[in-house]
Write a protein of this length. Sequence first.
Length: 549
Amino acid sequence: MSDATEYVVVFPTLWIVPDWIEHHCLMPSAMADPAPLVMYDWQLWCTVNHYRIKPGALPAGTVKPDGSRVAPAAAFEHRRSQIVAVQKVGKGPWSASIICAEAVGPVVFDGFAEAGDTFECADHGCDCGWSYEYEPGEPMGKPWVRPLIQLLATSEDQTDNVYGPLQTMIREGRLASRMRVGEGFIRLPNDGRIDQVTSKAQSKLGNPVTFVLQDETGLYTKSNGMVLVAQTQRRGAAGMGGRSMETTNPWDPAENSTAQQTYESRAKDVFRFYRMPPSGLSYANKAERRKIHAFNYAGSLHVDLDVIEGESAELQETDPAQAERFFGGRLVRGQGSWYQPDQWESGKSEIGVPDGAEVCLGFDGSDNDDWTGIRLRTFDGHRFTPTYGPDKRPTVWNPSEWNGSIPRGEVNAAVDELCRRYKVIRAYCDPRDWQSEIGDWALRFGDKVFLEWATYRAAHMHDALVRSVTDLLSGRSTHDACPITAAHVGNARKIAKPGDRYILGKPNRHQKIDMAMADVLAWEAGEDAKTDPKMLWIGRAADNFVYFG
């Protein structure tokens, strides 16, 4: 997928693992006899990062001063890994080789080597005759005593992407004497095993496991129950001091899949691999699409780009978003999404807004299910989420963080502070559930400033949505990259209305869009304020704003 200069290893890792894989695992092929699996650069990079060792780590099982023992996972820099790559790039066979290593290979940290230390397969029940000589100070590995491994996918057909190559590696390589393929599972030494787990066969969930491979996590959603399945599996691994790995194609950002949650998580002990292609190339243009494919499949020598082009072109006829995700390697939302990720991302700008600036305000409220939020926009078109209070909290309220209901006192305090800190020229507020508060704000801060703006009006809402998108894509507006707003914008789906119009809706009740609505209202308030014949908004200074009432 890239030349070797992109991947420079400057950290301790179990180098023995890729060497062990190359000697023991054969790469399946439909055109030739199986050959040793020599990893591509990207595969080797992901392998050494997954098995990266913390400096000064203690061997698994070491007794600590408090009498407890060091868990096997404690030695590794990364608790788990996520590998995101396009279809047909080689994730399945590589994943199978990792499972083989976790089953009978030297994947458990066993201390740092001294001069003359070696690993001998014969010492661990393998009669292949292979040995590995460590460099002084290099991390050493040993096999699990009783490996318990699970391979998770949404269906049995999906598990075959990994389970098929895995069976070939066992039967036609040097592992047949230690790993025996059965119906739906593989038997390992000391009563260990590799089990397939799907959404329809969850009886093994919660069992203690040493390693979990979760395949195509971009398909794991709350609606199909797989998000909970994946979380349960990872807890089972944590209880054994084991670890896990996700592999997936790029996901639909509107579905809030396990893959998306992992990628967007702030956890620092997760290794993430995702090489996004250059954003300036259009996937709809055949010549530029070829460049995108060349980037995505660089170094994957088994791939024929002409075949990839044919598959992609055919899929584009019926589902262009899926084609761009699967083969283009981009996070593209399915049909009906309001924004694509690169479109919203293009408006990001780090602009500081000083106190006293003229702003317009958008407010979208709820009571106890949806979120409540405030967005502001400046005269020159910058949209942002302000903060309030001594802790500088963003003006976003999730009812689950406030005992199940929106803290109206907090919202009132935020509005009061914003109106004192900035010169609020106009505020559009969706009145549902908040008419009394909006009336109070109008009395306190001006009934020509705080106005009800009902978002259920299809014609008005459609025009506001179109204007918001057009102005951002044309460069007339920017935004602060507020992560919650970005997520809500990503969740927003177009809901068709008569007259070739649309409004916004949620894919499901768990994926909120309230900050997207607040953003639209803030933008609309500013545009209307500039064109209102009774208003003259000609600058940032407070004395440049005049209302002709």
